[in-house]
Design a protein around this ligand. Structure first.
Ligand SMILES: CCCCCCCCCC/C=C\CC(=O)SCCNC(=O)CCNC(=O)[C@H](O)C(C)(C)COP(=O)(O)OP(=O)(O)OC[C@H]1O[C@@H](n2cnc3c(N)ncnc32)[C@H](O)[C@@H]1OP(=O)(O)O
Length: 280
């Protein structure tokens, strides 16, 4: 039913080639011929950490779907245990200044594209989804998660502050009070806790079940005229998108200041070590 790569994800654009990146394919898009629903699969092993290339390819895939008037989009992961580990810490550790700048601008762009897309969007969260992974999930309209994983904005636990648009997305998803608790604690919710707090909408027993549930959710819109649907969605979401659009440069400068602070660099080094030691 879902034909692989019917919509081709463009390889890296020229401005990325100058960083010597290879054009690996970190995103697979398959479209159901009958329903017109696309499955966008992140496939950057081992943990789908969001580096410049994955972010850029996701943005391209989502924009292509918009142009091709897709009927709905399901975002998921090729990994069996991780949806996305969030931002790739290696992009922020001892960064090349031009690349890290591009990295952040591309993340802003991806969020604005996903949060404001006209088609119905569902995250089929088939693994852990901390920080940037949680942002991607929350930016979709509906979330279905598999049991025994965790999701949340854990930035404060890492000694950093989630940007205002991450905060706005969480507030819009679970409400002020619960977002305040979750953000200040840097809380990672288990699947059951996430369901209780409204961070996810359904629990699925397997990835296949999650896709089936996502298809069902999107199927409801077959009877709704697309334009009123999109306008209603954007009435709720466009204020936060416009806020970031207007303050992109300011947001970038704030990010660069934090990343280039020697204390942040030390923190990143220790965090990377701790991630490696967890295995030992
Ligand atoms: C700390 C950031 C400071 C930046 C300051 C600027 C502030 C700007 C605002 C930032 C906003 C958002 C921040 C983020 O998104 S930061 C990323 C936060 N993510 C996490 O804390 C998750 C960390 N990872 C995990 O908890 C686990 O990996 C996992 C997702 C639960 C999966 O566990 P696992 O056991 O299946 O896999 P594991 O063995 O841990 O990892 C496999 C290898 O992948 C490496 N790795 C994991 N996560 C990341 C990552 N986010 N970036 C880069 N690399 C990552 C891990 O080190 C292993 O590598 P190796 O095989 O040992 O070489």
């Amino acid at each position: 039913m879902y034909s692989r790569t019917m919509l081709k994800v463009r390889t890296l654009s020229n401005n990325l080639k100058m960083y010597g990146s290879t054009s690996s394919n970190f995103v697979n898009v398959s479209v159901n011929d009958k329903s017109g629903v696309a499955i966008v699969t992140m496939q950057r092993e081992p943990v789908n950490s969001l580096n410049l290339e994955l972010i850029t390819q996701l943005k391209t895939a989502l924009s292509d779907l918009e142009r091709n008037k897709c009927r709905g989009m399901i975002l998921t992961s090729a990994s069996k245990s991780v949806f996305s580990a969030g931002l790739d810490i290696m992009e922020m550790y001892k960064p090349n200044q031009e690349r890290v700048r591009n990295f952040w601008l591309s993340l802003q762009d991806l969020w604005m594209t996903l949060y404001g897309c006209s088609y119905p969007s569902v995250a089929a969260i088939n693994g852990h989804s901390p920080a940037g992974g949680c942002l991607l999930s929350m930016s979709c309209e509906y979330r279905i998660m598999l049991p025994n994983f965790t999701i949340g904005l854990n930035e404060t636990k890492l000694g950093i502050i989630a940007p205002s648009w991450f905060v706005a997305t969480m507030k819009n998803t679970i409400g002020f009070r619960k977002a305040e608790m979750a953000l200040t604690l840097g809380f990672l919710f288990t699947t059951e806790e996430a369901l209780k707090v409204g961070l996810i909408d359904e629990v699925a027993s397997s990835k296949e079940d999650a896709i089936a549930k996502a298809d069902k959710f999107i199927g409801q819109f077959a009877k709704i005229p697309p334009q009123p649907r999109t306008i209603s969605k954007l009435m709720l979401r466009s204020k936060d998108i416009e806020t970031l659009r207007k303050t992109k440069e300011q947001d970038l400068q704030a990010f660069l200041q934090v990343v280039n602070d020697p204390k942040t660099q030390k923190g990143l080094e220790l965090y990377l070590e701790s991630l490696k030691q967890r295995k030992a």
